[in-house]
Design a protein around this ligand. Structure first.
Ligand SMILES: C[S@@+](CC[C@H](N)C(=O)[O-])C[C@H]1O[C@@H](n2cnc3c(N)ncnc32)[C@H](O)[C@@H]1O
Length: 390
């Protein structure tokens, strides 16, 4: 379990690891129900700023525990699942520590590489059997990465990817002419530059960069769903990095949003505590800042409420006008890919829109409270009176 006490002064890493732990715990277990071999690849493994002797505050420590637990749970049910991890670290001092890791996990096949990730990627990809499902984590310290060099990894079938996009640095770099070529290598496709130059607010700039990078991941890796969650600076109200998630599976996007909402709540709690601690350290006053924190506006609630409103709009926009129709099982994942809402939220919104006559479900069965996967969904050509929907 990740513990906040291991992350003093780097609370942003705590939030990243809370998300990673939730995501890997759920998805490794689920994937192992269908695949007899699950692989985790950490291209920029560290350990980096780790304060825990068991490496419980590192991405590979979290991943190896998830692999171990999933393997044991399936074993108890009579199912044998092979678990492997490929961990890469370029820095020699960090690598010395990483090299201790395989001996601690005899139940997982762990291979470590003292190398630059892109240079060993072909070897790693050759070593992963085509039948294995692979989780890739790309969590560099900087942003100078040629996305095209990662193409063989991004396009590997039976895989999904978490990519840490160092937003704060990238956003700054995007205004510096000298590094334009390097940034173009990170975001090689799309006409995002002119849009970024025309942007007038920080929010617009962020939206443009996020959309551009998501489109690149999706294009290069042929991913059906790419979503993002933002990690803020611990004290200042500014985005620090964006975790991108790319998957070809509905379950993946469903779990991503579940984990995101939990991690955002934890981020909100952690930042509130960290801000109070900083203010107290600066002034020596305790009670005053404690009460300010309790009265403060809840930015996360406002954000999640907006996402609910946006999800409603997305649901309506993506639904064709009758007589055309879309199946609900195709519709809800597309909403989740665009908005930070859970599947249960979309179910509720869809059921309400039906009651309000703004969506039509010709296959809705009596007694059902939420849409079923096989239901067709349509937007009425003309607004329906409420009675027709009862
Ligand atoms: C941000 S840290 C990784 C943190 C780790 N993922 C975690 O969450 O605990 C990035 C690590 O990648 C290493 N690194 C940087 N460039 C690299 C490269 N090209 N190939 C492999 N490792 C690299 C750094 O030495 C550092 O330990």
């Amino acid at each position: 379990m990740v513990e906040l006490s291991d992350y003093v002064g780097r609370e942003q890493s705590y939030v990243k690891h809370v998300f990673l732990e939730l995501y890997l715990e759920r998805l490794v277990y689920k994937v192992a129900s269908n695949y007899s071999h699950v692989v985790y690849v950490d291209g920029f493994a560290g350990p980096w700023q780790s304060a825990n002797e068991q490496f419980e505050d590192t991405s590979f420590g979290i991943a190896l525990s998830a692999l171990r637990r999933a393997k044991a749970s399936w074993k108890a049910l009579g199912r044998d699942v092979r678990m492997s991890a490929f961990l890469v670290e370029r820095h020699s001092e960090a690598y010395e520590k990483l090299a201790e890791v395989p001996a601690r996990y005899p139940d997982v096949e762990v291979k470590t590489y003292p190398a630059e990730f892109v240079s060993v990627l072909p070897e790693i990809l050759r070593d992963i059997p085509a039948t294995a499902f692979t989780f890739f984590l790309i969590d560099p310290t900087g942003w100078r990465i040629r996305l095209a060099a990662l193409a063989p990894m991004l396009s590997r079938l039976k895989s999904e990817v978490i990519f840490n996009f160092i937003f704060e640095f990238i956003n700054r770099a995007a205004s510096i002419k000298d590094v334009a070529a390097e940034l173009d290598e990170l975001i090689p496709f799309g006409n995002w530059r002119p849009a970024l130059e025309a942007a007038t607010t920080p929010e617009e700039r962020k939206a443009i960069l996020i959309e551009a990078f998501a489109a690149n991941l999706s294009h290069i890796g042929k991913y059906t769903y790419v979503a993002e969650t933002t990690i803020l600076r611990p004290v200042r109200d500014r985005p620090l990095y964006c975790l991108f998630y790319a998957t070809r599976h509905q379950t993946g996007i469903e779990e991503f949003r579940n984990c995101q909402v939990k991690a955002l709540k934890e981020q909100s709690r952690t930042r509130a505590k960290t801000k109070v601690r900083h203010a107290q350290a600066k002034t020596g006053q305790t009670e005053f800042f404690q009460s300010l924190h309790e009265m403060g506006p809840d930015d996360l609630t406002a954000f999640l409420d907006t996402e609910q409103d946006e999800a409603e709009k997305t649901l309506l926009i993506l639904t064709p006008v009758e007589p055309d129709a879309i199946h609900y099982e195709e519709l809800w994942p597309m909403v989740l890919a665009r908005n930070a809402v859970k599947k249960t939220d979309v179910n509720q919104i869809a059921a309400r829109l039906r009651k309000e006559g703004r969506l039509v479900f010709p296959d809705w069965e009596k007694g059902k409270r939420i849409p079923q996967p096989h239901y067709r969904v349509q937007r009425p050509g003309v607004q329906l009176p409420r009675e027709r929907q009862s």
